[in-house]
Design a protein around this ligand. Structure first.
Ligand code: NAG
Ligand code: NAG
Ligand code: NAG
Ligand code: NAG
Ligand code: NAG
Ligand code: NAG
Ligand code: NAG
Ligand code: NAG
Length: 351
């Protein structure tokens, strides 16, 4: 089991390296709620959670956002995902595929946590046990400032530019379908920013959310970067031009297209494997609770097997084909074949 865990880790690292390019799949914050489910409800809640994750991906691919509800009563799971509007379709899929596997770090069955939000710089995913789709602000909202001060010029000018920029973004975005990017370049100091409200946050709520965000992010200046991660919106400024304001569709479409296929096929495997491996890992650590943990793990595996995340052997084989070295996916081509094959035997072992 320990070996499987290591193989899984190297497999995950391979993907992290592969897709850290321009989908902005870099984490801004992971926020898990502190609410927990009652023991008898846990299995159903996990099953519903997995069902919502299954349903979110095709919607993201079609419309760049998704809202899914599954279950009834106190085991209902709400899930929402959205990409930043400047990402093209392929980058959106890449960012989201990554985001989806990482939100599992707020595992609902580890102490039965009932909600989590993962903010990436390119996309966002949240699940919870209530309808939060048009929520504007919440107690768990976060402001994250860089650690270093701006060092490329006059700090007073920089701070003034930041305040001007975020004010402008928070006024413009609600009037522009909840999205705006821009820069302020004065006194030889440039600042770049992006503001976005989530799909179901209406115009006036978007304004409320971003006004709040602009006032909080102002406290970051003169740090050279700042982000506000609210329930209803995302606001970021930086000394770097991190967004894409071109209207030209993406370059390198072909390579990205293939990557997306691979990720779409293999990431559910990674997801299943990480659920199982993490559960195993925690089960092994708590020797005292071993018996109870084993019982729960058995039930969990049944749940995972029932979900659509469980892939047929044929589709797994197809996945290994995509890793053929002739596909020239960069270094480690044959290494990854080995990793994928290991994952298959790992997965079939779990059945
Ligand atoms: C959960 O977090 C909120 C706010 O962070 C706090 O007010 C509340 O007491 C916490 N609840 C539990 C059960 O820890
Ligand atoms: C929840 O997910 C399951 C499994 O995918 C599906 O069969 C069911 O119809 C879904 N329920 C709702 C209310 O969407
Ligand atoms: C959120 O939207 C739903 C319907 O779309 C509406 O019934 C509800 O009142 C809204 N919530 C708030 C806080 O506006
Ligand atoms: C920075 O700019 C402000 C306003 O333009 C000016 O008053 C101040 O002296 C400048 N500081 C430095 C260190 O250049
Ligand atoms: C704010 O936005 C408006 C409209 O895009 C623009 O004309 C103005 O120059 C902007 N101001 C700043 C300080 O960026
Ligand atoms: C901007 O930089 C140029 C060259 O470095 C300098 O000549 C000019 O005075 C600077 N302008 C301001 C407003 O600081
Ligand atoms: C917009 O959303 C807010 C909060 O969700 C709600 O109070 C308000 O009624 C909504 N306005 C419209 C016009 O739907
Ligand atoms: C994109 O941003 C850059 C720098 O802010 C600007 O020079 C350029 O004109 C912008 N392009 C478009 C299409 O808005």
């Amino acid at each position: 089991m320990h070996r499987s865990f290591l193989i899984l880790l190297s497999f995950l690292c391979f993907f992290v390296n592969l897709c850290l390019s321009d989908p902005r799949a870099t984490q801004a914050a992971l926020i898990c709620t502190n609410r927990t489910a009652k023991v008898p409800e846990r299995q159903t809640f996990v099953a519903n959670f997995l069902a919502t994750l299954d349903a979110v991906t095709p919607l993201i691919m079609r419309q760049k956002y998704a809202a899914v509800i599954n279950g009834t009563g106190s085991t209902t799971v709400y899930a929402f995902g959205e990409c930043m509007k400047d990402l093209d379709g392929t980058d959106c899929n890449l960012c989201f595929a990554q985001c989806k596997t990482q939100v599992l770090r707020c595992l609902p069955f580890q102490r039965a946590i009932r909600g989590g939000r993962l903010f990436y710089d390119g996309c966002y995913l949240r699940y919870d046990d209530y309808d939060f789709f048009n929520e504007t602000l919440s107690a768990q909202d976060k402001t994250i400032c860089a650690t270093g001060d701006f060092s490329g010029g006059n700090k007073t000018v920089f701070s003034a530019n930041v305040l001007d920029l975020v004010k402008n973004l928070s006024v413009q975005a609600p009037k522009n379908d909840g999205f705006f990017v821009g820069s302020v370049d004065r006194g030889n100091v440039s600042v770049f920013g992006l503001a976005q409200c989530w799909e179901f946050v209406n115009g006036s709520a978007c304004e409320t959310c971003l006004t709040n965000a602009a006032s909080k992010i102002g406290m970051c200046a003169p740090k050279d970067e700042g982000r506000v991660l609210n329930a209803g919106c995302y606001l970021r400024y930086s000394t770097q031009k991190f967004y894409d304001n071109s209207t030209i569709p993406s370059r390198r479409n072909k390579r990205h297209g293939r990557l997306t296929v691979i990720l779409a096929v293999t990431l559910p495997i990674v997801a299943v494997a990480s659920i199982v491996a993490t559960a195993v890992f925690f089960a092994q650590r708590r020797v005292v609770e071993k018996k109870r943990a084993r019982k729960e793990l058995g039930a969990l595996l049944v749940t995972v097997n029932k979900s659509k995340l469980n892939f047929s052997y044929e589709s797994l084989e197809k996945a290994t084909n995509y890793f053929n070295p002739s596909n020239k996916l960069g270094q480690g081509g044959s290494g990854s074949v080995y990793k994928v094959k290991s994952c298959i035997s790992f997965c079939s072992f779990c059945r």
